[in-house]
Design a protein around this ligand. Sequence first.
Ligand SMILES: C[S@@+](CC[C@H](N)C(=O)[O-])C[C@H]1O[C@@H](n2cnc3c(N)ncnc32)[C@H](O)[C@@H]1O
Length: 172
Amino acid sequence: MIKSILISPIKRNLLTKKMFRVAKEMSETKGKKLMVIGDPCSGNYFQFMSSMFPNCEHGDVTVDLYGCDECNRMDINDMSAWEEFDDGEFVVMETGVLGFSKDIGAVLSQIRRVSGGDFLSAGGNRGFLWEMFLYKTYSKELVYSMDPFDSRVDDHYSGILLGRNGSFRLKF
Ligand SMILES: C[S@@+](CC[C@H](N)C(=O)[O-])C[C@H]1O[C@@H](n2cnc3c(N)ncnc32)[C@H](O)[C@@H]1O
């Protein structure tokens, strides 16, 4: 219980902050734009947490289907929407959105393409209660909880199917 509603969200918040700093620095050093996937203004299970303790900032482009006015309200599952972005244009920082993927292989291949390989994510929430029940109270569309990923050291992207229905591991 404590892991699902306290420890895991706090860990994810802190790791996202750290990875966002890395992603921002990487985008500056490499002269690439920064894409943030997930509206920093919203989206946490407890909305007040997003407002009081934002885990990152907007990017040059921020992708979120139900995001704020600053966001590109794009569905990550709409493959034609990704076409507006060029190959290798961005460093991509993902924050808790890829769990909504309908075809994770297809979404990941677009991230691989637009990032040219520069991709970071703090992954999703964990804990028995979250993985079994609580995720359904957040969204009926949520399918996965992802593992953290840092393209500087990781070469496989992985996660679990919520409901403890299995796992996946894909070459990035
Ligand atoms: C957990 S929040 C992520 C951002 C939040 N600041 C965080 O780090 O916890 C999940 C976000 O995914 C967005 N979302 C849900 N389905 C989506 C989809 N198919 N395409 C793009 N964004 C989606 C929601 O609007 C929500 O803001």
